[in-house]
Design a protein around this ligand. Structure first.
Ligand code: F0G
Length: 455
């Protein structure tokens, strides 16, 4: 007699050769072909159909809603509330949580008008505890690091991963090692890592160089890798899409638009969409499209020049430092979900990013530059006809506006592009700029200014 796989079991499967494992080596690469692992749940296949933890779609939906009235950490976390779709920790182990997830979905009426669509919303993942989407993946992966008994965790980062990892390591009683490119991450993010007690190394290289070095370090030292090659990160990041669909009463939008850097996030959100469809939680798939900065566009090039057959690494450069990445680790996973959902890949210029960021700000929402590629990309997708006027669109905003105040200040003072090749194109930004006014300390000066602006 064969016994069915217990419903909560998750395993790792190589995305290239299909090799199955229950534990990965420290670099999270397949020992046979060196490609990445993904988590899968063999127990979901039951004689009654596809069930997560034995639950039907309707049962899952009501279970998750009921948990919103509960007070325990595993229910107030907007990630662990969806734990039937996550790998389970062993008996006696608890999540490291800062009550991540639970992020708002905002409508963007002004941006909708600008982009030329009727229904535009933004899921703001910058409203997480360390102000970026990384927290949703860090709660899961850091919890697995602690369960495995690691004292040290580590990541290479353009800033947000390091801020998030440092916080979760501190909460979980682990030490953290951060490798960041010197001079190429925002001060807000760097200061977070320091405050949460990380050992922070600024390396004289770019993100891709930091990643190469860290891959060697984890082979030599007992440190747990918390970059998004770690499949447990992506499992947590999946929940943003689940929470989004719950907020939309399980009615999928026509389009989901995501910034692309190392391509872990788009892979995670796409995995969630496919799993939700498979489980019957949604009846159709939104088209998932990825937007890159034109100066850091290896995935855009791969998609359009090589039909996704190969990815040629490049030297990346963009003021949206979060996505300044030339050799994205998860490009094959992202390609799979873009293709499976019939989405596309677009690129946007530096000036387009800066303009879109200001426009999101004027809707009272705000975000960091890397998140603004979504609106900039949407405008292009509407223009090309890929997104129709009457289709519903959700942008994933990945980081908070306060992550990179230097970018915002330079933008409003008008010197973001001074002395760069984009200076001429940037003249279109003048209308959006609101530099602080320096006035005499008199009532008259302020009243006079108001009168001028009101006329
Ligand atoms: N948006 C923000 C604000 C980010 O910090 C990142 C990635 C992305 C988008 C792109 O997401 O890499 O999953 O495609 N930041 C990483 C970091 C690389 O180290 O903080 P991705």
């Amino acid at each position: 007699m064969t016994t069915a796989t217990p419903t909560h079991i998750s395993r790792l499967r190589c995305i290239h050769c299909g090799h199955i494992a229950d534990r990965a080596d420290q670099d999270f690469r397949c020992p046979n072909c060196h490609d990445l692992f993904e988590v899968f749940f063999p127990g979901w296949q039951t004689p009654q159909g596809v069930r997560a933890h034995g639950h039907t779609a309707a049962e899952l939906k009501s279970l998750w809603i009921e948990r919103r009235a509960r007070l325990e950490p595993e229910n107030t976390s907007g990630v662990w509330r969806f734990r039937e779709l996550l790998p389970a920790l062993n008996e006696g182990h608890y999540p490291i949580t800062l009550r991540e997830g639970n992020t708002p979905l905002y409508d963007l009426p002004r941006c909708a008008q600008i982009a030329g669509v009727e229904d535009l919303q933004a899921k703001h993942q910058g409203m997480n505890p360390t102000a970026s989407f990384k927290d949703t993946g860090m709660t899961t992966a850091a919890s697995f690091a602690r369960q495995e008994g690691f004292r040290w965790v580590a990541c290479a980062s353009t800033g947000n991963t390091s801020a998030s990892m440092a916080a979760y390591a501190a909460r979980g009683g682990m030490r953290s090692l951060v490798l960041i490119p010197e001079g190429k991450i925002s001060w807000g993010k760097l200061s977070q890592a320091l405050d949460y007690g990380a050992v922070t190394c600024q390396l004289r290289t770019d993100f891709d160089g930091c990643m190469r070095i860290l891959n060697e370090v984890v082979r030599r030292m007992p440190v747990y890798l918390l970059n998004s090659v770690n499949p447990y990160r992506l499992e947590g990041q999946k929940t943003a899409a689940i929470e989004l669909l719950e907020q939309l009463n399980w009615e999928p939008p026509d389009h989901l638009i995501v910034p692309g850097g190392n391509l872990g996030n788009s892979s995670a959100l796409g995995k969630a969409l496919l799993e939700m469809k498979n489980l019957g939680l949604i009846s159709r798939l939104p088209k998932l499209s990825v937007i890159q900065a034109a100066g850091a566009n290896p995935f855009y090039r791969s998609f359009h020049q090589h039909q996704g057959r190969e990815l040629v690494p490049m030297q990346a450069d963009t003021l949206a430092t979060a996505i300044r990445i030339g050799n994205p680790a998860s490009w094959k996973k992202a390609l799979k979900v873009v293709q499976a959902t019939e989405g596309t890949v677009e690129q946007v210029s530096e000036v387009e990013i800066a303009l879109a960021k200001a426009e999101i700000g004027f809707d009272g929402v705000g975000c960091e530059p890397a998140s603004a590629v979504t609106l900039a990309g949407l405008k292009k997708l509407v223009h090309s006809g890929f997104v129709k006027r009457n289709e519903s669109v959700v942008l994933i905003l990945t980081g908070h506006v306060l992550k990179d105040p230097e970018f915002t200040l330079k933008f409003h003072r008008g010197d973001l592009f001074t002395g760069t090749a984009h200076e001429k194109e940037a003249s279109i930004l003048a209308q959006q700029q609101r530099a602080p006014l320096v006035l005499d300390a008199t009532v008259d000066a302020v009243v006079q200014t108001l009168k001028q602006l009101d006329s």
